[in-house]
Ligand binder design. Structure first.
Ligand code: 7PJ
Length: 282
């Protein structure tokens, strides 16, 4: 397992799971959606998460929730670039850009992003080349996430013969394709993509078998916070899922996951401290 990986000029030691704070910059996440309030509000939220212990801040301008509509390139750039620049200038944290568009990756990295987080595993036109350029020129790694189908249809009828085996073999293939194209192994992270083309049981089968992803010897990133795998099971609204968020984050920490992507940074840090203590005693 990669215990040390460089994100641009920052070296992150994975001696303990790190927290990635989610910064939602889609317009419906702000009151007036105006530019000033967007960047200003986002910066305040980012600062809270960094102060609470987040080692990463994930900035995404395209909602990839089930049924989400596509966002135009310029719109996505307008949403994320000002915030990525602002965080890069003001906060000591690795800024991750959650995008599938090659041009957004390139501009985000030129604006200071230290990680490319692509829910489509660099399969869009030009994305793999953009990631290779970011890695070789700026030492910026990319996270490859598994998704079955597209946000518009992925939850219609997810079907696998064996979900864990199929996701594992997806990574076998995709990592090989990326390294063959020139992306170095030390610039790759992987993520099983909870909720992206999976039923409730598929998600828990993956959660139960997270250790199997260690075979790739690259850092593992997981995102379960506020998702339907928690909400549907507990019958809780999206803002009533804190207990479920913490339970799933704790399970991930116990499984040795390197990066846990969450909304509730402060509470997740407490859970990780408890797991760290547990793993430090005989
Ligand atoms: N790497 C990674 N990136 C993500 N971006 C989203 S957006 C949907 C939501 O947060 O509900 N989920 C994930 C995830 O699970 N992994």
């Amino acid at each position: 397992r990669k215990h040390m990986i460089k994100f641009r000029h920052r070296e992150i030691k994975f001696d303990t799971p790190k927290v990635m704070g989610i910064l939602n910059v889609t317009p419906d996440s702000f009151s007036d959606g105006g530019h000033f309030s967007t960047v200003d509000t986002a910066m305040r939220q980012a600062e809270l998460m960094v102060n609470a212990g987040a080692a990463f801040i994930d900035v995404g301008g395209e909602s990839t929730r089930p049924g989400a509509v596509a966002v135009a390139l310029q719109e996505e750039l307008d949403r994320v670039i000002p915030i990525i620049e602002s965080i890069g200038k003001q906060l000591d944290v690795v800024v991750s850009v959650d995008t599938s568009k090659a041009q957004v990756m390139t501009q985000a990295v030129e604006s200071g992003a230290g990680l490319i987080n692509d829910v489509r595993a660099l399969r869009n036109e030009g994305a793999l080349n953009a990631a290779i350029h970011a890695a070789n020129h700026f030492n910026v790694p990319s996270c490859l996430m598994h998704m079955q189908g597209k946000p518009q249809n992925m939850q219609y009828k997810p079907h696998y013969v064996g979900v864990v085996e199929e996701v594992l073999s997806f990574f076998e293939r995709r990592i090989q394709e990326c390294t063959d194209a020139g992306l170095n192994y030390q610039h790759i992270l992987i993520d099983p993509g909870f909720g992206f083309g999976k039923t409730l049981d598929h998600n828990y089968q993956i959660l139960k078998n997270l250790q199997k992803f260690n075979k790739f010897e690259v850092p593992l990133l997981v995102g379960m916070s506020r998702k339907s795998m928690i909400g549907n099971l507990l019958q809780r609204d999206v803002n009533q899922r804190l207990a479920g968020n913490i339970a799933t984050a704790t399970i991930a920490a116990l499984a040795g996951v390197e990066i846990i992507r969450v909304h509730d940074v402060d509470e997740t840090m407490d859970a990780i401290k408890i797991v760290n203590k547990l793993q430090s005693v005989e």
